[in-house]
Design a protein around this ligand. Structure first.
Ligand code: SF4
Length: 290
C-alpha cells in the first residue's frame, strides 16, 4: 500500500494501519498521560487530520467508562466552505456516537471570518482566524470541563512550524510549541498525530473510509508557511526523514530552551477575562477592543 522512504519499509494495508496506530498510541503514552476521569475535547473541523484524531481517540479510549470524549467544532463563518465540513464532522460524530458541540465566531466574537476578510485589517486572514479559533476552543473546552484538548496537528504541521519559528528567530513561540504543563485557565493541548506524516494521515482516513472533507478554505495561503511547506517537501524527497529530524531536534532542544526562556506570567485579559500572557489577550487586540 505504501513505501515509507524514511523508514525503508514497504507496508501492506494491515501493517500500514498498525504502524500509524502504534505511533499514535506511543505519542499519547509518552507525552500526554491519560488519567482516570479525563474529559477529552477533540477539535473537529471535518478535515482529514482532526477526523483521524477523533477516530483514534475514540478507538483507543472509547470503551473506557471513566473517560469522556467530546468533539468541538468551530464555525468561523466562511461561506461555501465551513458548512460542508461541519456536515461531514456531524456524520463522523454520529457514526462514532460521540457528543458534538459547535461554537461560532459570530456568537462568541460577534463577527464572521467573511466579514473580517472583507474589512480593513493589518494582518493576513489566517492570523485572525487562528487566534480567534484557539480562543473559542479553549473556552469550549473549559465549559465542557475538559482536562485535555486534542488537535489534529500532524508531522508536516509541526515540522513547518518549527522551521518557521527558526526563520523568524522566534524562540518564545518555539518554547510554546512543546507539550506544556497544565495552567489554570488554559486546557492542556495534545497532538497525538504529531509523529504521522500528512500523507499517511490522509491515507489512514481513506483506508478506514472516514467521512472527510478534502476541500480547501478560500482564504488558505499564509505566504511564508506555503514556501516552508514546499521547501520541506522538496527536502523530504531528496533526504527522506528530514521532517522527523526537525521534530526530534526540537524535542531534544526545547527543554534547555525553556530554561533560558521561562514562560511568561499568566494573566487574565482585562477586557474579556480570558487567560493570556499580557494585559489584553490577542483576540481582543485583533478585534480592536483594546
Ligand atoms: Fe482559517 Fe486560514 Fe484555516 Fe481558512 S485557511 S480556516 S482562514 S486559518
Amino acid at each position: 500500500m505504501i513505501f515509507q522512504k524514511y523508514s525503508g519499509m514497504h507496508l501492506c494495508k494491515k501493517h500500514f494501519v498498525e504502524d500509524v496506530e502504534r505511533k499514535i498510541k506511543l505519542t499519547i503514552r509518552k507525552e500526554y498521560s491519560i488519567q482516570k476521569n479525563d474529559i477529552i475535547a477533540v477539535a473537529l473541523s471535518g478535515g482529514k487530520d482532526s477526523s483521524v484524531a477523533l477516530y483514534m481517540m475514540h478507538k483507543i479510549l472509547g470503551n473506557r467508562p471513566d473517560i469522556e470524549i467530546v468533539a468541538v467544532s468551530v464555525d468561523e463563518g466562511i461561506h461555501g466552505y465551513r458548512s460542508n465540513s461541519l456536515e461531514v464532522a456531524k456524520n463522523l460524530t454520529k457514526q462514532l456516537g460521540v457528543r458534538h458541540v459547535i461554537w461560532s465566531f459570530k456568537e462568541v466574537h460577534g463577527v464572521t471570518m467573511d466579514e473580517l476578510a472583507a474589512s480593513e485589517r493589518e494582518k493576513g486572514t489566517c492570523s485572525y482566524c487562528g487566534v480567534l479559533r484557539k480562543n473559542i476552543l479553549n473556552r469550549a473546552a473549559i465549559e465542557i470541563g475538559a482536562t485535555k484538548l486534542v488537535t489534529g496537528h500532524n508531522l508536516d504541521d509541526e515540522a513547518q512550524t518549527i522551521l518557521l519559528n527558526h526563520l523568524r528567530g522566534d524562540m518564545e513561540r518555539m518554547v510554546r510549541l512543546a507539550p506544556s504543563a497544565a495552567i489554570e485557565g488554559l486546557v492542556l493541548r495534545a497532538k497525538p498525530l504529531r509523529n504521522i506524516p500528512e500523507k499517511e494521515v490522509a491515507l489512514y482516513a481513506l483506508v478506514n473510509s472516514l467521512p472527510v472533507d478534502f476541500s480547501e478554505c478560500p482564504y488558505a495561503g499564509e505566504a511564508l508557511r506555503g514556501e516552508v511547506r514546499e521547501m520541506l517537501n522538496n527536502f523530504e524527497t531528496g533526504h527522506p526523514g528530514t521532517k522527523y529530524s526537525l521534530l526530534r531536534g526540537f524535542d531534544k532542544l526545547v527543554g534547555a530552551l525553556a530554561k533560558e526562556l521561562p514562560p511568561a506570567r499568566i494573566e487574565k485579559c482585562r477586557i474579556c477575562g480570558e487567560t493570556c500572557t499580557e494585559d489584553v489577550c490577542q483576540a481582543c487586540k485583533l478585534l480592536g477592543r483594546a
